[in-house]
Design a protein around this ligand. Structure first.
Ligand code: ZN
Length: 287
């Protein structure tokens, strides 16, 4: 009898084999971070667009269809972010359930349609986490207690993170809460926390701005009284110094919008990303 009890204990203590874990594919690094935290070792997680990848323009890799074919769940952002995904799912012949993590958020509009960057509001991230937890519980009911406990603990961290963001923004004088960014990815952050993000007029996000673009940006910064400029695609330091010299605006720093960095980067997790961004904002805007 004692031997049997011991065997059961050993079985429950041993790590799950790959076959026992729930196969989940996440579309990109931010959704993957949530799945990793809630799913822990009960989930066999595979990420299509990993750290530092661009989820907007992803070209599926040869192995992706196979990964999707073997998955029980495919967890995506939705809101049109993964335009390349439906064809991939179809071509894989997958029976996987596609779960939209952003389901239930209040979508904002961009000129081109829904704004997909809903995760930039921590309030929305909590909805993502609740949706992902529900999907994992439905697909792996034997681990329901585990998934719910993981989600609860993480939601508490996100609650604290949301307060951190509000405190950080509150420390910035109201009239200084206005920045320029080239990537129009902070609409949800702006709506939730009250920092204005202005797109540089007539500047492509794809290419290095020309001298004329820089002159236009300088005029815009002065006209709109913008306090800081985050221009991620300007690699020429002289242009950056010219903007700073002619406007007095702070230029520099990087806001991370669409994906996490690798382990050695500033944002290997979602929480790190949000903290990185509030630090970049407060150090550029606090005066
Ligand atoms: Zn984006």
């Amino acid at each position: 009898m004692r031997l049997i009890v011991l065997c059961v204990l050993l079985l429950t203590a041993s790590p799950l084999s790959a076959a026992e874990r729930l196969n989940v594919v996440a579309s990109f690094s931010i959704v993957a971070d949530f799945v990793r935290i809630i799913g822990g070792d009960r989930v066999n997680l595979s990420t299509l667009v990993g750290p530092d990848g661009d989820v907007h323009v992803y070209t599926p890799a040869p192995g992706d269809a196979k990964r999707i074919a073997e998955a029980r769940l495919v967890i995506v952002n939705g809101l049109g972010l993964e335009g390349w995904l439906p064809r991939l799912v179809q071509s894989s012949g997958a029976k996987a359930e596609v779960v939209t993590a952003s389901k239930g958020i209040a979508p904002l509009k961009l000129r081109s349609g829904a704004d997909p960057h809903a995760w930039q509001s921590v309030v929305n991230a909590k909805i993502y986490v609740a949706n992902i937890a529900d999907a994992l519980v439905a697909a792996g009911p034997e681990d329901a207690d585990f998934f719910r406990a993981q989600a609860k603990a993480y939601l508490e961290k996100l609650e604290a993170l949301d307060r951190e963001v509000r405190d950080a923004v509150a420390s910035i004088p109201t009239e200084r809460r206005k920045v320029i960014t080239t990537h129009n990815a902070f609409g949800y952050f702006a709506a939730e926390y009250g920092v204005q993000f202005v797109a540089p007029l007539g500047v492509s996000t794809e290419t290095e701005p020309s001298a004329r673009d820089i002159a236009a940006i300088i005029g815009q910064i002065k006209a709109e009284k913008i306090s800081a400029v985050f221009l991620e695609n300007i690699s020429d330091d002289r242009l950056i110094r010219r903007i700073a010299a002619e406007t007095g605006a702070k230029v520099g720093g990087i806001l991370i919008s669409d994906g996490l960095t690798g382990e050695k980067g500033p944002a290997p997790t979602y929480i790190d990303m949000v903290r990185h961004n509030i630090k970049a904002l407060t150090s550029a805007l606090d005066h």
